[in-house]
Design a protein around this ligand. Structure first.
Ligand code: ADE
Length: 418
């Protein structure tokens, strides 16, 4: 088996950590048990480009239990857990191409390596796999049934490919499932981003001015958790509706220009480029900490920052000190890459349980229904979303009410008024 990982000797450690994660993934475990019996993915080759974490390992093993041949590479150069990569190779016989800290060329060479399995399904997180395939390996497109996409940024890229009529096969937008983004983006990013910032810096959040750039589901989650830790949270936004919501949620809302003078800690989660720029860095307080938890490392203008920097040094792992031309120091966490995955372990297993249940059931859906799908971006079928919510509730021992016949009739009628 061909693979490229850091160190095979880390496999035992990875196996135990994967087991630990699995204990908080009851929905995926139920799916895995069924897949084991029914083999709905028999003979289906799946190329995955996902963060190589304990939770992703559970997904890969589930797909394999369903009969799929899988190969995986990283969806971010800094998010790979090397012990997990080793365990997947040594204990699960799954080809992995991922090393934490890999450079840009290695990152793309790993994407090319997973494409060598000639995928029938692609499973992407950010759409780098799909975009590499469409730009360099078009010959593979005819044998692809469909793909799935895990994250907001990837779905945006894929929708623009579909709009431009260049998308070569159908995609299911896993991100847009309610059981994905309401939970993973909000509670997962919320907790793991704070976790990453704290692990990287060991700074106290209580009493600090914490600037959250972007008030989508991820920004809402981080703002809420930062407030819970006692920070004074400031939101920057471009969307009037989201800004209004942030105001009514009780946050200070202001342009970056103003927030730049106030913040102690910054975190970008916008999905857009250069949210914090040269002019903002120059206004910052001495010792300001800047981080990103949006998908790509483009939200902080690090090239601009370098231009106004006199001296740089790593002061501790994941913390780079930039001494600016104005004499002030700014600290950049995790090279401006997803701080929750670079310095911490990504979203907790319990929330990835639902995200990856969506991935597994979407792969099964593709295997069954690809013949009826066009070259478009599809939502996860509503029925799958509801089934996952129900399974999650059941696994938590929570029962809910059912509509009575009278209530069902009332909801479907229009005659009954006051
Ligand atoms: N994205 C965010 N957190 C993750 C995790 N723990 N595993 C895989 N992908 C993730």
């Amino acid at each position: 088996m061909n693979f490229h990982i850091k160190d095979e000797n880390l496999a035992d450690k990875g196996k135990l950590r994967i087991e630990w994660a699995g204990q908080s993934m009851p929905v995926l475990n139920i799916i895995r048990d069924r897949f084991e019996k029914e083999k709905p993915l028999k003979g289906v080759r799946i190329a995955a480009c996902l963060h190589v974490t304990t939770e992703t390992a559970a997904l890969m093993e589930t797909l394999k239990a369903g009969g799929a041949d899988v190969a995986i590479c990283a969806s971010n150069p800094l998010s790979t857990q090397d012990d997990v990569a080793a365990s997947l190779v040594k204990n699960s016989d799954i080809p992995v191409f991922a090393i934490k800290g890999e450079d840009h060329d290695t990152y793309y060479s790993h994407i090319r390596s997973v494409l060598k399995i000639k995928p029938m399904i692609t499973m992407d997180d950010g759409a780098d796999l799909v975009s590499t395939l469409h730009s360099e390996k078009k010959d593979l497109i005819p044998s692809i049934l469909a793909g799935t996409e895990e994250t907001t940024t990837g779905v945006i890229r894929l929708r623009s490919m579909a709009m431009d009529k260049v998308l070569g096969y159908p995609i299911i937008a896993v991100n847009d499932a309610k059981t994905k983004h309401f939970f993973d983006n909000r509670y997962g990013t919320g907790q793991s981003t704070i976790d990453g910032i704290i692990r990287a810096t060991n700074r106290l959040l209580a009493g600090s001015a914490f600037v959250v750039c972007g008030y989508g589901w991820c920004g809402r989650g981080v703002a809420n958790r930062a407030r819970g830790m006692g920070a004074r949270v400031i939101i920057t936004e471009v969307d009037p509706l989201k800004s209004l919501e942030a105001v009514m949620d009780g946050y200070a809302v202001m342009p970056m220009e103003e927030a730049a003078r106030i913040g102690d800690i910054y975190c970008t989660l916008t999905g857009n480029i250069h949210v914090i720029r040269k002019e903002h860095f120059l206004k910052m307080k001495e010792g300001a900490i800047v981080s990103n938890s949006g998908h790509f490392n483009v939200e902080l203008d690090l090239d601009g920052l370098a231009e106004i920097t006199e001296k740089r040094r790593m002061i501790r792992e994941y913390v780079e000190e930039y001494t600016l031309v104005n004499g002030k120091r700014v600290y950049v966490l995790g090279e401006g890459r997803l701080i929750n995955l670079a310095a911490a372990e990504g979203h907790p297993s319990s929330v990835m349980d639902m995200s990856f249940a969506n991935q597994a059931l979407s792969a099964e859906y593709i295997a069954k229904h690809h013949g009826q799908m066009r070259k478009e971006v599809y939502p996860v079928p509503e029925e799958i979303d509801r089934r996952i919510a129900l399974m999650k509730l059941q696994s938590m021992g929570i029962h809910i009410d059912k509509l009575t016949t009278e209530q069902e009739k009332y909801l479907s009628s229009w005659e009954m008024g006051t």
